[in-house]
Design a protein. Structure first.
Length: 248
């Protein structure tokens, strides 16, 4: 049985102010919840139906499908919903290796997909501007499909970070140079911009190496790429180039 207070808490965690106030967030589905448990995230509440076949923490409770439906943020709940403690981040890790920096990404689905892309390409840290959507939004967490358990997300003053780093700073811009003909280093920060406006006027001067993903359509074409798609293409080329250099 889910109490009224528990129901209220879960529903409040849809809002950023309550996630910050309580230090908790919601995750749903066997894949997302399972990956968070494997990576050491601690569940404060854990609700699962009898069909759930994953590992159960000591505080797990069995609920009916109708109760899970009332708790869930999904149209079709997926057997399990858990409330986890937010990770404590006392120090922002210094940029090293290949990193992503997000400048004003607003769509939860885009951020979740970018976190999943970072995980796939072995990028361990994503630096987000203060106006980037909160990574612990339930829609973002769901879109990561568990990758949020393995990627560190840091909200920073992006301009300060980019000014202080010794790593090369790349960014995708319409006036950039062809991604496939530019020198790409194994270490660096890749800046990706807002869905509508791209990289902001404040951050643009800090991008030392401007990249452009060329279109191969001879006539009219799309005005731009979705930011998550552009991130995937860019990361893939960085990693492909790195692999090629290592084998030569």
């Amino acid at each position: 049985m889910v109490s009224k207070n528990e129901m209220k808490l879960v529903r409040q965690l849809e809002m950023k102010k309550y996630r910050q106030k309580t230090g908790m967030f919601v995750a749903e589905g066997p894949k997302v919840v399972g990956d968070l448990l494997k990576c050491g995230f601690q569940p404060r509440l854990f609700f699962a139906t009898s069909e759930y076949g994953g590992s159960l923490p000591t505080n797990a409770r069995t609920v009916g499908a109708d109760e899970l439906q009332r708790l869930s943020f999904l149209q079709h709940p997926q057997q399990v919903l858990a409330v986890f403690q937010l990770p404590v981040q006392e120090l922002v890790p210094a940029p090293c290796g290949l990193c992503l920096a997000l400048d004003g990404v607003q769509d939860p689905g885009n951020l979740g997909t970018i976190i999943r892309i970072a995980d796939w390409f072995g990028i361990k840290v994503i630096y987000c501007s203060r106006d980037t959507v909160d990574a612990w939004n339930p829609k973002v967490v769901q879109a990561t499909m568990g990758s949020i358990a393995r990627v560190t997300i840091c909200y920073v003053e992006l301009s300060d970070l980019l000014r202080s780093t010794d790593l090369p700073v790349y960014g995708t811009l319409l006036n950039g140079e062809n991604l496939y003909s530019q020198e790409l280093t194994a270490d660096g920060i890749i800046v990706m911009g807002n869905e509508g406006n791209g990289i902001s006027t404040e951050i643009r001067p800090l991008v030392g190496r401007r990249l452009f993903i060329p279109s191969y359509h001879p006539a009219d074409t799309a005005e731009s790429l979705n930011v998550a798609i552009a991130t995937a293409i860019t990361c893939a080329e960085f990693r492909r180039r790195q692999t090629t250099n290592e084998t030569n």
